[in-house]
Design a protein around this ligand. Structure first.
Ligand code: GDP
Length: 296
């Protein structure tokens, strides 16, 4: 189920209810059930769905509503707020400062979209007047440096990497040191992933983190991750303590409910979403506007 379908189903549930001949508590419960089913099918974590049910139910007290209350508005708002709550961890994201070197490190599994997203984010900051560069510390995946080089060249972003150095920690440290000396303001470090969570990956992440001391660590999650998102994001959080999430491939067939659930599992904000394979396919994420857009 794609994200738009989820939005349509939620909207339809609210509209059906408000058009029902008798807008009573039973019909309201039915609407909550329909919305919950749609969210569960979109892979939103089961516990979150249960919480949302309770929240919506508690925020509309049928017996206490004045006779002429606009029930439709009240119900719409309750649903909107409950959905915002799922994607809003109420945590502030790191805001890079002009005139100093801000180091941003990416983590995530192989194929999640790290390398692609690094360049997108670099371009995003570059377009906003930051002196921006990229460091490729992915020495694990053959071709990762070439891919980053090609992307960076296209976007006219300076980059650093090595074809001969196999230790990612050395590459990361050297690259960050060089760019700090050159007074770059945004230094984005791409790290390697693995196909699965594994000790070697986690050990490497910690070593790179210690070496480059990032101001922000961003976890990249593929929108299609499904219910595995919770345990995966928790495991990454425990090791790399990332402070932000980017969800990629939101243009694909997955509804992204799993990836969205990572927010609640780790109390970490989504900062951007990837909306395609191209350099400009990156959107700033904001909980309210995301839900507004979802509901059309
Ligand atoms: P990495 O192994 O984590 O570095 O992943 P890559 O950056 O190589 O991305 C893996 C694949 O996902 C590539 O084919 C990318 O073009 C694709 N990709 C990344 N982000 C997006 C996105 O937002 N939308 C789509 N459709 N594809 C994406």
């Amino acid at each position: 189920m794609v994200l738009q379908d989820l939005g349509r189903r939620i909207n339809a549930a609210v509209t059906d209810l408000t058009r029902a001949p008798t807008l009573d508590e039973k019909a309201f419960d039915g609407m909550i059930k329909t919305i919950s089913n749609a969210l569960a099918e979109a892979d939103v974590n089961i516990k979150l769905v249960a919480n949302l049910r309770k929240t919506i139910k508690a925020s509309v007290k049928f017996h206490e509503l004045p006779p002429h209350a606009n029930k439709k508005r009240i119900i719409q708002k309750a649903v909107f707020d409950a959905l915002v709550d799922i994607v809003d961890p109420h945590q502030k994201e790191y805001v890079p400062k002009k005139g100093k070197s801000n180091v941003i490190m990416f983590v995530g599994l192989q194929g999640a979209g790290k390398t692609t997203t690094c360049t997108k984010l670099a371009r995003w900051y570059q377009a906003r007047g930051f002196k921006t560069c990229l460091v490729c510390a992915d020495t694990f995946r053959a071709g990762a440096f070439d891919q980053l080089k090609q992307n960076a060249t296209k976007a006219k972003i300076p980059y650093y990497g090595s074809l001969t150095q196999t230790d990612p920690v050395v590459v990361a440290r050297d690259g960050v040191e060089k760019f700090k000396k050159e007074r770059f303001e945004i230094i984005i470090v791409d790290t390697s992933g693995r196909h699965h969570q594994e000790d070697a990956l986690f050990a490497e992440m910690v070593e790179i983190q210690t070496a480059v001391q990032p101001h922000q660590t961003i976890m990249v999650l593929d929108a299609s991750i499904g219910q595995a998102a919770e345990s995966q994001s928790r495991a990454f959080k425990e090791t790399a303590d990332f402070g932000a999430i980017i969800i990629t491939k939101t243009d694909g067939a997955a509804a992204g409910g799993g990836a969205i659930s990572a927010v609640a599992a780790t109390h970490t904000p989504i900062v951007f979403i990837g909306t395609g394979e191209h350099l400009l396919d990156l959107e700033k994420f904001n909980p309210q506007s995301f839900v507004s857009k979802l509901l059309g």
